[in-house]
Each structure stands twice: as C-alpha cells, then as structure tokens.
Design a protein around this ligand. Structure first.
Ligand code: NAP
Length: 285
C-alpha cells in the first residue's frame, strides 16, 4: 500500500443495499473531523446489478477507501485487483483501499472483533475453548482471527449444520475446529469457556429472541455477542443474570472501522470519538 498524502479532500464511503441504516458515515465523519482531515465519508446505495460499475467508479472518482457491507462482501471480490490475506481467509471483503487505481480488498471484521474481545473481556485466548454460534459471513472472519490466538479449540454451531461443518473444514490446518448443529449446543456449552453469538438472532427489532437456552450457561463463562443494536441483547442480559462476564458488539464495530481508517490514512484512529458517536446515535438503547 502506498503512503497516503493529502493534497485533495479524502474521499471515503460505504456501499450496501440497503444503506440508510449504516452508522459508518457518522462514525467516520467524526473521526475525520477529530483527525483534522479534510474529506467526506458518504453512504452509497448500490444494487447488486450495479456493483461492478460502482467498483469502477471508485477508481474513476478517486475514492481512497470504501467499506463494503451486506449484500456485497463476497460478490465484490472478483472486481478487485488484489486481496489481502485477511480477505482470502474470511472469503469476504469489508474494506477496499485504492492505491492510485489499484484496489485491494481487506477484511477488518475478524481482527476488529478479536481486538475488542481481548481488550474488553479475555486478554489471553490461548487454550480457551470457544463455542461460536452461527456460520454466516461474520463467523467466517471471526473464526479465522480467533484461530490465530491459539485457542484450545473452536466449535461452530449453526442452524444449517452443513454450513458449520463446511466452515470447520475450511479451517483445517489452522487449529482444532469442529462444526455441529443446533441440537448439539447443550453438550458443546459444557466444554466451553467462551460463547460467541455471530447469528443475527436478538438484533433490533427482534430483541426478545435469543440464539440459545441461557440456562445452559455456567457462572464465570464469557458470553460475547456481535450485535450492537441493542447494546445488550437478551442473550447478554440473561448471561449476566447467570453470573457470566458479557461482551457486546460495539467494540467490534468501532475496531473494524478503526483498522479501515488506519489503512486509508496511515494514522491511528480516534477510537474514543468513534465509540462515543455510535453510543450517541444508538441513544443508549
Ligand atoms: P449472515 O451471513 O446472514 O449470517 C446469519 C447467521 O445467523 C447464519 O449463521 C444463520 O444461520 C443465523 N441465523 C439467522 N437467523 C437465525 C435463526 N432464526 N435461528 C438460528 N440461526 C439463525 O449475517 P452476518 O453478516 O454473519 O451477520 C450476523 C450478525 O453479526 C448480525 O447481527 C450483524 O449485525 C452482526 N455483525 C456485527 C458486526 C459488528 O461490527 N459488531 C459486524 C458484522 C456483523 P443459517 O446459516 O442456518 O441461515
């Protein structure tokens, strides 16, 4: 990646379908202001059929960086010039860096999540036995990033059990990983130190849903949820009542954005400002 030198406004943005709900523009806008960088971060509604043209537009318009969100994280990959190892491992791209027309795809979701988990709940993951609920796009990046921390083992449980087994298979050689179906969660929890929800179950507006029976949890376990709206999901609230340590998805969101901003600018991201703006926009719910 070439070093970024500002001789014109820094153009950044996010593409997705839909995009109006994204909190990235507010977060990155505040970060640019805090860094004293002249520029803008704009939300762009890109339909799947316009994705290739939109990627061409990054080069044509001189955008330095783009975040990619649902449903484009996988579909965007063939249109890029290079893929960082993080994107190849996760099989998805959430950040694009434009170096003079050369577009490189990164995935900062996994490293953003692990940075947050270590900072807020589990400083050392070596030897930890981890149960991951869900095997979707977010789980892919997270499992790979977790395996770099040398955990004792990772078990992936998913409603569609084949997807859990496929993800476990794809991770062979990187650590001890197994894939199971939802019916086997009760047994798997008994062997786990950390439970991580990567499913969308419990996300606003379906806040009364929970991805597992929390009666299975033991005091002292760490329970983590990628969801940050609400900040405390039903899973986390019930885990707290069971005596577990809880960790929500806000730190992951801030850190995935912080890594992206650092790739685009080469400057340390103002994570306190970024966190504050998201908390304000969520209105404490
Ligand atoms: P995704 O690719 O659509 O995957 C969704 C996952 O949830 C799949 O494993 C799916 O299981 C499971 N699931 C959905 N509904 C279910 C239900 N009713 N019962 C059981 N399992 C169900 O989505 P994703 O991109 O991985 O995102 C997942 C969650 O992570 C979302 O809530 C998202 O907001 C959150 N996330 C947070 C951050 C952050 O920065 N904090 C970043 C990325 C994602 P099947 O395979 O069986 O369908």
């Amino acid at each position: 990646m070439t070093e970024y030198k500002q001789d014109s406004p820094l153009l950044l943005g996010v593409i997705g379908d839909p995009i109006h709900h994204s909190k990235s523009p507010a977060m990155h806008g505040a970060a640019l202001a805090a860094l004293g960088i002249a520029g803008a971060y704009v939300p762009m509604h890109v339909k799947p059929e316009a994705l290739e043209a939109a990627v061409q537009g990054i080069r044509a318009l001189g955008f330095r960086g783009i975040n990619v969100t649902i449903p484009h994280k996988v579909a965007v990959m063939p249109f890029l010039d290079r893929l960082d190892e993080s994107a190849r491992d996760a099989g998805a791209v959430n950040t694009i860096v434009n170096d003079n027309g050369i577009l490189t795809g990164f995935n900062t979701d996994g490293i953003g999540y692990v940075r947050s988990l270590k900072a807020e709940a589990a400083p050392d993951l070596r030897g930890a036995r981890i149960l991951v609920l869900g095997a979707g796009g977010a789980a892919k990046g997270i499992v790979t990033a977790l395996l770099r921390e040398q955990p004792g083992g990772v078990v992936i449980a998913n409603r569609t059990s084949d997807k859990a087994r496929e993800l476990a298979e794809a991770c062979q050689g990187k650590g001890v990983v197994a894939g199971i179906g939802q019916a086997e969660i009760a047994d798997a929890v008994q062997q786990a130190d950390i439970v991580i929800n990567t499913t969308s179950v419990g996300m606003y507006p379906h806040i009364d849903d929970t991805p597992m029976d929390t009666q299975l949890l033991r005091p002292g376990m760490i329970v983590s949820d990628l969801i940050y709206n609400p900040l405390r999901t039903r899973l986390l609230l019930e885990s707290l009542e069971r005596g577990c340590m809880i960790h929500g998805g806000l730190g992951m969101f801030v850190n995935q954005g912080a890594y992206a901003l650092e790739y685009w600018t080469g400057l340390p991201a103002p994570t306190d400002v970024m966190r504050r703006i998201i908390l304000e926009s969520l209105g404490g719910n």
